[in-house]
Structure formats: C-alpha cells, structure tokens
Design a protein around this ligand. Structure first.
Ligand SMILES: Nc1ncnc2c1ncn2[C@@H]1O[C@H](COP(=O)(O)OP(=O)(O)OP(=O)(O)O)[C@@H](O)[C@H]1O
Ligand SMILES: [Mg+2]
Length: 122
C-alpha cells in the first residue's frame, strides 16, 4: 500500500477529483494548506539582502491505495493538476506499513478497497 500525498493548486481540485473518480479511486482526504515551492525573492534592506519566503494557498490530497491503483492515481493527479506554469505542485508517494478500516477491523489491502455500497433495494 502507498499513501499518495499531492500538493496542488486549489483551482485544479475539481479537475483532479473528476480524474480520480474516472480512475475509480475513491477514498481521499483534502486539506487547505499554505506552501512554498522553493522560489526565493531577494529583498534589499538597509542591512543587506534578505530572502522573502512567500506562502501560497494550496490544496493537499492524501490518498491511500493498494499497488494496482498507485500509477492510475498519480496519472490522474498529473492530468488534472497540470497547467504547465510554475507552482503546479508535487506528488509524493509514501510506503504505508499498515491500514485498518475501523468499522470492520479489516486491514491492509482489504481496508483500502472500497466497501460494498449497501443499497436499500426493498
Ligand atoms: N520539497 C517539497 N516538500 C514539501 N512540499 C513541497 C515541496 N516542494 C513543493 N511543495 C509544495 O508544493 C507547492 C507547489 O510547489 P511548486 O509547484 O512551486 O514546486 P516547484 O518544485 O517549485 O515546481 P515548479 O517549478 O513547477 O514551480 C508548494 O507551495 C508546497 O506546498
Ligand atoms: Mg515552484
């Protein structure tokens, strides 16, 4: 299992969510964050040059997936989030030791497979 952490532009969130849905990636967490991409702006001050670190509003996605879903998830984020301009963000792919679904106690692959949706048919 992997935890895919992606930092994207807030205005690309809908496109990324749609691309993930088309790739059948379901569970995810979304947070608003502040980030810095490494670009520094030199500011002249009377005592010399300092560096200004501007923080930009970004969106952080966390998606736990089993191995077959790793590349489809990465591809969906790349496709949905890319504008081609600097600041499009980053994707980190982390190894995950264990996952548990709290309701059932299922662990690992079973815990990141979407549960059967229970439809009331009667
Ligand atoms: N090394 C990093 N570690 C953690 N977060 C990062 C890192 N690099 C970028 N981020 C996050 O991603 C956001 C967007 O970064 P950004 O797209 O500017 O990265 P970049 O490497 O400078 O690429 P680009 O050249 O396309 O701008 C940052 O605001 C920050 O939240
Ligand atoms: Mg940058």
């Amino acid at each position: 299992m992997k935890l895919i952490v992606a930092i994207i532009r807030p205005d690309r969130l809908n496109e990324v969510l749609e691309a993930l849905y088309r790739s059948e990636v379901r569970g995810l967490t979304v947070s608003r964050v502040l980030g810095h991409g490494g670009e520094t702006e030199r500011v002249e001050t009377y005592r010399g040059t300092t560096v200004k670190v501007d923080l930009q509003e970004k969106v952080r996605l966390e998606i736990g997936v089993s191995e077959p879903f790793v590349q489809p998830t990465v591809d969906a984020i790349l496709a949905g989030a890319r504008t081609g301009e600097v600041g499009d963000g980053k994707i980190f792919v982390l190894d995950v030791a264990q996952v548990y679904r709290i309701r059932t106690g299922e662990r690992n692959e079973a815990a990141v497979t979407p549960p059967e949706v229970e439809h009331a048919t009667e």
